[in-house]
Design a protein around this ligand. Structure first.
Ligand SMILES: Nc1ncnc2c1ncn2[C@@H]1O[C@H](COP(=O)(O)OP(=O)(O)OP(=O)(O)O)[C@@H](O)[C@H]1O
Ligand SMILES: [Mg+2]
Length: 331
């Protein structure tokens, strides 16, 4: 007697999904996925059902013009949006430190292996805190990663979400997370300390309890973040971050002023005459990449205007001008 072979499940659904994929009918594909989700639900596998439903929902919402829709929603909310090509432009000259290079490679492989994480039911480590002084490459790193992952990048400055109306800040925060959760993307939260402040350091009147509410709302949004959103939160002030917020993050990236090797690499790429590097290295060490970029651009402008070759004196002159400019900003 022939034994009955137990057939793997969802054969017909798979055929219909493939047929619809062939014609690009995302609405029908998501309908099929929803029906599979229902079967998981009936077996009590609620988490898997939920995951399938959210994928189906997302596919449906992308059936229009995905990026254009995202553009419209982020523009309305005042967030910046970059497609992967724009991010590449921003990160073209990016030089990661050796430690961050490894961390970036890990983050990229996490995304590439996300199905393995789902299978093992291990949370995807998709939240990274970035610390470091101004101009050391936090924003540019997020662009670099978004380009490698071929994902849009939504940039939100948390200080711009602060509202004077009661509950306004929490509402704005929610809108930022909602916009990101609609599709796989990189969400970059800049000036993170503006909201993630340590609750124990808060003093004062009603502002204190409002800020506590805001931190709580941040925690809820972090917990509910879709695992296909890569979140980066950047700050200059690590001591100010609330410990409960800290715990929500899986990864930490530190940014520092460039060391000698990194500065030489930067100059090698950005100075036409490589022989000048040794001549000017001592002038530029101890400065951020951002300051160095400003100084070199100033020096290059002077060379064009005066029709001369780049030299140590021009760079020195540009450093002094840069310093004067900074002092004017301070006063
Ligand atoms: N690691 C780097 N490699 C190459 N260029 C860099 C690097 N870091 C910074 N720069 C240059 O400095 C500029 C400013 O960098 P970026 O905005 O990423 O700094 P940041 O750390 O985000 O600063 P802030 O804390 O002020 O937001 C970039 O546009 C880039 O040109
Ligand atoms: Mg920045």
């Amino acid at each position: 007697m022939a034994t009955k072979v137990e057939e793997p499940k969802f054969f017909y659904e798979l055929i219909r999904i493939l047929d619809n994929a062939y014609t690009g009918d995302k609405v029908s594909i998501s309908r099929e996925v929803e029906s599979i989700a229902l079967k998981f639900e009936k077996k009590g596998l609620h988490e898997r059902a939920g995951k399938l439903r959210s994928k189906a929902e997302r596919l449906k919402s992308r059936s229009g013009q995905g990026f254009t829709q995202l553009q419209q929603s982020t523009e309305k909310l005042g967030f910046e949006l970059f497609d992967p090509a724009e991010s590449l432009n921003k990160a073209r000259n990016f030089i990661p430190t050796s430690v961050n290079k490894i961390k970036i490679a890990e983050l990229v492989s996490v995304v590439k292996k996300r199905e393995v994480f789902w299978e093992a039911e291990i949370p995807i480590p998709n939240k990274t805190l970035m610390f470091g002084p101004p101009g050391t490459g936090k924003t540019v790193s997020a662009h670099y990663i978004a380009n490698i992952l071929d994902l849009p990048l939504i940039l939100v400055r948390l200080d711009t979400l602060i509202s004077s109306s009661l509950g306004g800040t929490a509402g704005n925060l929610r809108k930022a997370f909602d916009a990101a959760n609609k599709q796989p993307c990189v969400l970059f939260l800049d000036e993170f300390d503006a909201i993630a402040t340590n609750r124990s350091q808060l003093r004062g009147d009603g502002a204190e309890s409002e800020m506590k509410r805001v931190v709580n709302s941040l925690l809820q949004n972090l917990d509910a973040l879709d695992d296909e959103v890569m979140l980066f939160a950047a700050t200059n002030l690590d001591s100010e971050i609330d410990p409960a917020v800290w715990r929500r993050f899986h990864n930490r990236m530190d940014f520092q002023l460039p060391n000698e090797e990194e500065m030489i690499l930067y100059l090698d790429r950005n100075l036409e005459d490589n022989l000048l590097i040794n001549d000017v290295l001592d002038l530029l060490m101890g400065r951020s990449f951002s300051d160095t970029e400003m100084i070199l651009n100033k020096a290059k402008t002077k060379c064009i205007l005066r029709s001369i070759e780049m030299n140590r004196e021009i760079i020195l002159e540009s450093i002094n001008e840069n310093l004067m400019q900074k002092m004017e900003v301070c006063y």
